[in-house]
Design a protein around this ligand. Sequence first.
Ligand code: HEM
Length: 449
Amino acid sequence: MTVTTQAKPIPTAPGLPLLGNIREIQQKEILKFAEDLRAAYGDLVQFRAGPFPLVFVCHPEHLYHIFVKNVGNYVKGPRYDLLRLLMGNGLVTSEGDLWWQQRRLIQPTFTPKAVLHFHDMMVQVTQKMIERWQPCVGQTIYVDQEMMRLTMAVIGEAMFSIDLNEQAIAVGQAFGVAFQYIGEATGKAFVPPLYVPTPGNVRFKRALETINNFIDERIAYGRAHPTDQNILTMLLQARDEETNAGMDEKQLRDEVITLFFAGFETTARALTWAFYLLSQHPDKREKLQAEVDAVLGKRQPTVEDLYRLPYTRMVADETLRIYPPTGFVARQAKQDDQLGDYHLPAGSILMISPHVTHRLPELWPEPERFEPERFAPGKLTDLHKCAYMPFVTGPRVCIGNSFALLEIVIALAMVSQVYQLDMAPRQIKEAFVGTTRPTEEIHMTLHGR
Ligand code: HEM
């Protein structure tokens, strides 16, 4: 990419020496900080989280340039180092040839057609949750915990063909601790190295141990049961097209942990936000209920039904617009580049926010409003292809996007057939701690329909 001589330097938001904008980020919370940054400075601005300069990017044309047009110039870079402590060099964090080789191996399991193979399992797991809820009618349920349990049960079955049951709670908590640590540390100016026994480091290391033991146990089980049909046995049997080599032990572990983790946390957040939004918009909820009643009645959804539940899918899409679970991703420019009229020096670290892009009023009128109808077929044909990117786009698009949407649509439809989750009108704030999560537990009253 040539940088033209007229390219301008990216404007900088003023900050304190050393601390940069970190106080403001902590006071406002990073999502709000990013929204305000965009409102004050426009599409491209540099700020500092501590001593480190970051370039904030949210314009769809710039995103297209980074994720598609000049994608070869961008790596994930050092902002993923903390995540590497958990996921090693799995698909989310690896770069270059290793990433491409692994993506080729894993991709076939996650195509839109291939994930339909998981449909019946997802229906059964959701059914179990619905039955487990039966005695709780009229009572309060913790929707965020329930959704975490559901999505972990789904990925447990998909990856290992096991019902995680009680183990899900211990492993879920360990992932929660690990992710909280990573999320918080990412926003700090200085993070003590792991060998320093701060309470946070000790907790994090203990969580890693629980996770690693769990993953090692599962891999050993998978090796002992090679005829099981699941993602783990697929990974164990996968061979590189050219060299016929399988994955070494470390790579296998990294991919298993990556898929397991990436597979439940984000989807659980999306479902929690969806039920919250529906509870706050009874008219939209009625439309969804009317659709599932008309299409499914009392029976379980089949694969064919998925195409007959457009409104349920629109609710999923709109939820992912308002609360994209991955509120931020990062990239680093390998070489000098030009974004629009601006010069982006080599080595620049970019903070990209689907959260902010999804709320740009020139792209999304009344962006805060929950309006699933925006996604009605044919409605978004003129929209820029990077105006909506809960899964990002380009070669590094989320590999699990079809899997996640299938799971979300099934859960929304099946729960809405039987129950209504109610919450008195109120505004729950969001915060970004690795994923975009509610700042408080989501308690709702479970009513039968
Ligand atoms: C609503 C649910 C989900 C959302 C919003 C989501 C979002 C994302 C995003 C934004 C990325 C890009 C991250 C980056 O560029 O740094 C990503 C990557 C990834 N996701 Fe998801 N994800 C979801 C569900 C899943 C599921 C269910 C799985 C697996 C079963 C999964 C596996 C992955 C993997 C392996 C990558 C890395 C892909 C690569 O770089 O080749 N995700 N996801």
